[in-house]
Design a protein around this ligand. Structure first.
Ligand SMILES: C[S@@+](CC[C@H](N)C(=O)[O-])C[C@H]1O[C@@H](n2cnc3c(N)ncnc32)[C@H](O)[C@@H]1O
Length: 271
């Protein structure tokens, strides 16, 4: 056992998933229907979450397929499946909007932070419906408007203070692109699915100050580019330096920088 625990492969596969995915994935894993003898599809499976966890929780009577376009991530998922000995999983490269599957193949389709982020969510949902068996369920999680609201308020007041009118408009669009429960319901409905269950929760991501937020690895990977896209590149340095100071000020006055993360778990069936 000792030598197994010290193998680089074991340690690498043990290192599970982004904390960001986990917050939403725990919600999904808490509520998603788990039955024997089902075929499941995880759309936008990334590096294998919740794909591999679901495959293990469902066990050997079930088959779980992961789909995504990001080849390097799929290789990572395949590696983890091999090292962990997860045998009931298959990983396919492809686009949710043009799935490489026949009609009515799956009893359950899941997507953790996927569907609403895809380039063409309507095409993706229409494809989900096509590959769902008549009695199948779709279960997804998404973040919602209100996401990091405290940060966006400071961003807005910083832009206002600097008189950046164009950027204020771009910020509004950026904030409004975030999902709402109503918007997800409408997306599903116009593509032949009916919402059967909606659960909402909120958590927070806490930082000591703005400096910590902007230097956080996953914030840089997943969010910073979108925030920078709001401002004219020539004004980015000044804007972000002011924004960081303003966030530091908020942290100082409140004792920390706590950002709200509202989340939804949505389940749907075929109409
Ligand atoms: C926010 S990540 C979530 C990944 C994973 N489900 C998790 O919880 O960690 C979104 C995923 O969607 C995938 N994706 C983006 N566009 C896609 C598309 N058109 N079809 C399928 N997956 C897509 C990305 O490759 C990425 O893995």
């Amino acid at each position: 056992m000792e030598s197994h625990l010290n193998s680089a492969e074991t340690v690498s596969a043990y290192d599970e998933l982004p904390l960001w995915s986990a917050i939403f994935g725990l919600m999904l894993l808490k509520h998603v229907p788990l039955r024997r003898n089902v075929r499941v599809l995880d759309v936008g499976c990334g590096t294998g979450f919740p794909l591999l966890e679901l495959a293990q929780r469902l066990g050997p009577t079930c088959a779980v397929v992961g789909l995504g376009p990001w080849e390097a991530a799929l290789d990572r998922a395949r590696f983890k499946a091999r090292i962990r000995g997860v045998l009931n999983v298959e990983i396919r490269q492809g686009d949710a909007g043009a799935m490489p599957f026949g009609d009515e193949q799956f009893d359950l389709v899941v997507s953790n932070l996927g569907l609403n982020n895809f380039g063409d969510p309507d095409a993706a949902v229409a494809e989900c419906r096509r590959v769902m068996k008549p009695a199948a369920r779709l279960a997804l999680t998404t973040n919602l408007q209100g996401h990091m609201g405290e940060f966006y308020e400071v961003f807005e007041s910083t832009l206002r203070g600097l008189g950046r009118v164009v950027a204020l408009d771009a910020l509004k669009k950026h904030v409004n692109h975030r999902a709402t429960v109503e918007g997800v319901g409408a997306l599903l409905e116009r593509n032949g699915l009916r919402v059967t269950r909606v659960l909402e929760e909120a958590t927070s991501m806490r930082f000591a100050d703005g400096a910590a937020l902007f230097r956080h690895y996953f914030i840089q990977l997943g969010f910073l580019e979108g925030w920078k896209g709001v401002v004219d590149p020539r004004e980015a340095e000044e804007t972000f330096s002011r924004l960081e100071k303003a966030l530091d000020g908020l942290a100082e006055s409140r004792g920390e920088l706590s950002l709200s993360i509202p989340m939804a778990y949505v389940e749907a069936e075929r109409i």
